[in-house]
Design a protein around this ligand. Structure first.
Ligand code: HAM
Length: 426
């Protein structure tokens, strides 16, 4: 076969049918589950004014500092391919007044996100996320509800619970976090000699990010850093305790991880992450948290918010590592084969009638021999083949062959759809 030199860009991949179907499956499970929790779909543009992400995610984050696909359009506007969904959804919620007059919004979305990261297993430049945002509700029951929903999602797609770990932390709020940031910054200065340059620089810009450094030396030093857990104000401590109490009552297993800070600056209070076994360094299959200041940051009225996103590629890797397969339906249940030229139109009509009757049916469009058509029928997993040739045309009937037993019977043309549909237990 002739080979083109064109390739999908680095860090992106084509979702060929098997993977695209897996994506559809996950999106369908999410839609079914999330709608039972009261979530409605939303779709925002794949690009936004750059400032939406700079303001939303935070200037000092890796995403904004290093990973955004930013470009000027022909009108000279700075636009950015969305690196995540939260900032866009919050922008849309404010723009369309979805939380006006004390209303709340529960929204979910699914689609590609773009980050200029160094590609490796489970880390793509274009990756697929499914996410939810619940805006306008501050009660800890919502935090617990969202976490339960995320864990139910992973269970529903088949990630075994013993291969997942739910990490939980509280990031405090604008009352307790600033003083804590200062404490961490001083700690970093004090241990500057044992930390990497980037972590020392972070003391200025975003000290909490030093907890996320992958460098072994930095991890050891940061293990001794003051923890926000010990510095939370009374309100944040009470909120966090309540979230844990509800999760405990719901039987949700979690690990408190006081160093879980997540890579986005908008978080306040509850943050969580789900890690899966067998994925190497990129083991976070989903994560999220509260962002009670973000709506205000965008110029809206003070409105709490909370959400999560899960990564499609990493969820698939987690399923693969656990040996779980996503069920693939057969391409067609019935193949309608043509034996001889004259049956073409009847084959077309029978195939159409089967499809109209709700049966996945396929026919040949390449002029293959009967033998070749039967091979195709076998390959695509058809459980029955309808064969129509000159004899069958003359008697207005067809031969229906059961592919597993090999049993054949002659069926009048008008009865094929009903017969085939009932044979499969439909
Ligand atoms: P995030 O943790 O940056 O959060 O991304 C969510 C998930 O997307 C990750 O847990 C991971 O599975 C997947 N992911 C992230 N980056 C990549 C990548 N380069 N390649 C493959 N998968 C990746 C957010 O995006 C927040 N917006 C979540 C949120 C919603 N927080 C509140 N509301």
């Amino acid at each position: 076969m002739a080979q083109s030199t064109y390739r999908a860009p680095k860090g992106t991949e084509d979702l060929l049918p098997v993977k695209a179907r897996a994506w559809e499956h996950l999106a369908r499970v999410a839609q079914d589950l999330f709608s039972r929790y009261g979530y409605e779909p939303i779709a925002t543009p794949l690009f936004e004014a750059t400032d939406v992400f700079v303001r939303g995610i935070g200037e000092a984050t890796d995403i904004v500092g290093k990973e955004m696909y930013t470009f000027l359009d022909k009108g000279g506007r700075s636009l950015t391919l969305r690196p995540e969904g939260t900032a866009s959804v919050v922008r849309a919620v404010i723009e369309h007044h979805l939380t006006a007059n004390g209303q709340s919004a529960k929204l979910y979305y699914a689609g590609p996100m773009f980050r200029y990261e160094r590609p490796q297993a489970g880390r793509m430049r274009q990756f697929w996320e499914i996410g939810v945002e619940a805006i306008g509700m501050g009660e800890p029951t919502l935090d617990a509800e969202v976490i339960v929903m995320l864990m139910r999602f992973f269970a529903a797609v088949g990630v075994p619970s013993e291969r997942m770990r739910l990490l939980l932390n509280s990031m405090g709020d604008e009352r307790c976090r600033p003083a804590y940031r200062e404490k961490v910054a001083s700690y970093i200065w004090k241990h500057a000699g044992d930390l990497c340059e980037e972590c020392v620089r972070r003391a200025e810009t975003n000290p909490l990010r030093a907890f996320d450094c992958k460098n072994e030396g930095c991890r050891t030093v940061m293990a001794g850093a003051p923890l926000l857990r010990d510095e939370l104000c009374d309100e944040c401590a009470a909120h966090y305790a309540e979230v844990r109490r509800i999760l405990d009552a719901a039987g949700v297993t979690y690990v408190e991880d006081a160093s879980l800070v997540r890579g986005l600056d908008y978080y306040t209070r509850t943050v969580f992450e789900v890690q899966a076994e067998g994925l190497g360094a990129q083991n976070a299959i989903g994560g999220g948290g509260r962002y009670d200041r973000l709506v205000e940051e965008f110029g809206g009225a003070p409105t709490p918010g909370l959400g999560f996103a899960l990564g499609f590629e990493r969820t698939l890797l987690a399923l693969e590592a656990a040996g779980v397969e996503i069920p693939a339906p057969p391409k067609a249940e019935v193949f309608v084969a043509r034996a001889g030229e004259s049956a073409a139109l009847v084959v077309f009509e029978v195939t159409r009638a089967l499809r109209d009757a709700g049966v996945a049916a396929e026919m040949d469009h390449q002029g293959r021999s009967l033998k070749a058509q039967l091979k195709v029928a076998d390959r695509i997993g058809a459980r029955a083949v309808v064969i129509i040739g000159d004899d069958e045309l003359a008697s207005a009937s067809a031969v229906v062959r059961d592919m597993s037993s090999g049993v054949e019977e002659r069926v009048p043309l008008g009865e094929i759809a009903g017969r085939v549909a009932s044979a499969g237990g439909r």
